[in-house]
Design a protein around this ligand. Structure first.
Ligand code: AHM
Ligand code: MG
Length: 341
């Protein structure tokens, strides 16, 4: 007999019904985000045929050149989510200020954060990119207030109630956690539906694969240099085994690899811009990915502390990232905390 496929909708409704792990409002919100990701996937896959490649000539709040698809993806997510009635406001890597749900629509208790198109420097060269999202609850006093504000978003990552990403690669996939493990869905393009293909994703504790942009090595701090030097020494060094290196330069793709087969991903603090503690953004990239990695049995720190315990001070704050297979992340963190060990 042909095995029955589970759709994202079925998975979410079952979670809502049987485990009571998922409020109905959150389920609908996740469905809307996943629908927006289908639209983005479609735009991405058209490439040059859709006239969507290349840059716009503008810069975002981070001072980075915006690609056409960055802006398209941002608009798709805003438009899809503003009318559903589940959100109070949204925040995006591509927008300086938060987006408060207009008064013409009903408002809800959730806040949505997203990096609409992560790894967009890879768009024009047809390498995997993705959308990262995170859901938190607005503070409980927000209903009695007239305005929601940026401070309402500044919650540590452990308050997230859902997080995930869509990856636009050889297959389009949606990886999701609602705080009870990690699951993956593959987009069935003919049917237009997300089908559960990866139940209970878990990251092996050990790995011999690391991901880091080695062109920055001269700027690294000593603990990172020590860790990578030991990996590179292979069987002749103290690790006694050979390591493999991968760097896609799309966080979604690099993290996806470690969720599927293990590994360690690092974008550490470095000396290029001493005022910035790293390249990646805490709220749009590091927190949602840390939630997924921890839910899959891995670990995520900034080299010193758990990423999801960091109290954010600004919406667009940056952070150093070390995440993936537990034993390797622990080792890198130990090297930072007790350099002599
Ligand atoms: P983006 O959100 O502007 O695309 O930037 C984040 C990306 C990550 O996906 C990736 O890990 C990193 O930047 C790559 O940086 P680099 O070009 O320094 O290797
Ligand atoms: Mg990004």
């Amino acid at each position: 007999m042909k095995q029955k496929k589970t759709s994202l909708t079925q998975y979410l409704i079952e979670k809502q019904r049987t485990d009571h792990a998922l409020p109905a409002e959150l389920r609908l919100l996740i469905e809307i985000v996943s629908r927006a990701c289908k639209t983005i996937s479609h735009a991405v896959s058209k490439g040059a045929l859709g006239g969507v490649l290349g840059s716009l000539g503008s810069e975002n709040v981070q001072g980075e050149v915006q690609k056409k698809l960055d802006v398209i993806s941002n608009e798709v997510l805003l438009e899809a989510n503003e009318w559903g009635g589940h959100l109070a406001a949204m925040a995006s890597e591509e927008m300086e200020a938060i987006y408060v749900i207009p008064n013409r629509y009903p408002k809800g208790e959730y806040l949505l954060l997203f990096d609409p198109l992560d790894g967009s420097s890879n768009v024009d060269v047809n390498v995997s990119i993705g959308t990262i999202f995170s859901v938190i609850k607005a503070p409980s006093d927000v209903a009695g207030r007239e305005h929601i504000c940026e401070e309402d978003f500044l919650q540590p990552g452990h308050t997230q109630v859902a997080a995930g990403y869509a990856i636009y690669g050889p297959q389009t996939m949606l990886i999701l956690t609602v705080g009870e493990g990690v699951v993956g869905f593959t987009l069935d393009r003919e049917m237009g539906s997300w089908v559960l293909t990866h139940d209970n994703i878990t990251i092996p504790e050990d790995t011999s694969e690391f991901a880091i942009n080695a062109s920055n090595s001269r700027h690294w701090e000593a603990p990172v240099r020590r860790y990578i030097d030991e990996c590179l020494a292979g069987t002749e060094g103290i690790r006694g085994k050979n390591f493999n290196m991968r760097w896609i330069a799309s966080m979604v793709a690099d993290v996806h690899r470690l969720l599927i087969r293990g590994g360690i991903f690092m974008y550490p603090r470095d000396a290029r811009e001493p005022n910035k503690p790293g390249k990646l953004r805490l709220m749009y990239e590091a927190n949602p990915m840390s939630f997924l990695v921890e839910q899959a049995g891995g670990m995520a720190t900034n080299g010193r502390e758990r990423i999801m315990d960091i109290q954010p001070e600004g919406l667009h704050e940056r952070v150093a990232v070390v995440m993936g297979s537990r034993n390797e992340v622990q080792r890198v963190t130990d090297y930072h905390l007790s350099p002599e060990s």
